[in-house]
Design a protein around this ligand. Structure first.
Ligand code: 5GP
Ligand code: ZN
Length: 113
């Protein structure tokens, strides 16, 4: 399958990894929107939030536990951060392998426009 993030999981495309285990991978976004901007993805190819189900939702909850650990290590747990999942065309999803953006170390604005 021609999926950039599956290629990153396999190591065919290099990435700046910050965490890896048997289920998930976290790496710095190639085009950061904040001083801290990393992505957390499941190693399994799940296309989008529309494809979360009873069989794979444990991976999604694991992703949130990993984020909880990483934001502490990166010292943004107390100052705050934003977790973003873009889903589908109107959501602005450009890579069809589910991923959670984590942005921090600056005062993030709202709304998304
Ligand atoms: P989306 O727009 O789908 O929510 O987010 C996709 C994100 O993946 C973007 O922020 C983009 O910068 C990032 N991205 C796309 N290709 C690569 C890549 O090859 N390496 C890394 N590290 N990030 C990528
Ligand atoms: Zn994939």
């Amino acid at each position: 399958m021609d999926c950039i993030f599956c290629k990153i999981v396999k190591g065919d495309i290099p990435s700046n990894k910050i965490y890896e285990d048997d289920k998930v991978l976290a790496f710095h976004d190639i085009s950061p929107e904040a001083p801290i901007h990393f992505l957390v993805i499941p190693k399994e190819h799940i296309k989008s939030a529309n494809d979360i189900n009873e069989n794979n939702s444990h991976i999604i909850s694991h992703i949130f536990l990993v984020i909880n650990k990483l934001v502490r290590e990166l010292n943004i747990a107390e100052t705050g951060y934003r977790i973003v999942n873009n889903c589908g065309k109107d959501g602005g999803q450009t890579v069809d392998h589910i991923h959670f953006h984590v942005l921090g170390q600056r005062d993030l604005k709202w709304s998304p426009g």
